[in-house]
Design a protein around this ligand. Structure first.
Ligand code: T5A
Length: 202
């Protein structure tokens, strides 16, 4: 899984990583959350809409509903066929965005994680200072003519807590996480990701 703050390069690198794995003879699928299955993509639209007020707990339940659908429709069938899954965000995003940043009780989130029933073999945290993350997101939005979504609209202090939340999770389980400096250029970040995957997963 690829995790981290906004604009860290997760979507770009997930696609590259899946292609790289395929080039080495390992069939791989790049997918994303919230989304990755038709029903989950519809839930995504509601979750990202800043005009639709949603309590943190409602966001949590919707993210998990989208994830359950994504796991059932996309992830489990791929894994059952021997296809590796490279996912842009997963349960840690709920733990950090809804738990650490918005105060949803960890016990409630872990109960829901149990219902999702699957955790990644390896999580790559793309780490980026908040200011750089803001610049990249703003540039991408300007390019696409999009407005800030619910999460991009959160203030810098909240995004700093999100960054710290991912780093804390990585520090607590170094065997299942690798932290990648995402402030480097695209190719340098990609090289670091590939090295981490090769070293950890063979
Ligand atoms: N969320 C999600 C929760 O709150 N709880 C949850 O449980 C889950 C699953 C999803 C939002 O939902 C929240 C978190 C998110 O806020 P999203 O649009 O999918 O919304 O948000 P992100 O995952 O953050 O996606 P982004 O597209 O914003 O960021 P990425 O995927 O990290 O970055 P990417 O690849 O799109 O790149 C962004 C821009 O930066 C450039 C790219 O070209 C692009 O323009 N870029 C670089 N430029 C220079 N150097 C590099 N190394 C670069 N890497 C990328």
């Amino acid at each position: 899984m690829l995790e981290g703050g906004e604009g860290a390069g997760k979507s770009t690198q997930a696609r590259r990583l899946a292609d790289w794995l395929a080039g080495r003879g390992t069939a791989a699928l790049a997918t994303r959350e919230p989304g990755g299955a038709p029903g989950a993509e519809r839930i995504r639209a509601l979750l990202l809409d800043p005009a639709e007020p949603l309590t943190p707990l409602a966001q949590t339940l919707l993210h998990v509903a989208a994830r359950v659908e994504h796991v059932a429709v996309t992830i489990r069938p791929a894994l059952a066929s021997g296809i590796w899954v490279v996912c842009d965000r997963f349960m840690d995003s709920t733990r950090v965005y809804q738990g650490v940043a918005q105060g949803v009780a960890p016990a409630a989130i872990e109960m829901l994680a149990g219902i999702v029933g699957i955790e990644p073999d390896l999580t790559l945290v793309l780490d980026l200072p908040v200011a750089v993350s803001r610049e990249r997101s703003a540039a991408r939005r300007a390019q696409l003519g999009e407005a800030a979504d619910r999460y991009e609209a959160m203030d810098d202090a909240t995004h700093a807590r999100i960054r710290d939340g991912f780093l804390a999770r990585a520090a607590a389980a170094p065997d299942r996480y690798a932290v990648i400096d995402a402030s480097a250029g695209l190719d340098a970040v990609f090289a670091e990701l590939c090295a981490a995957v090769a070293q950890r997963l063979g």
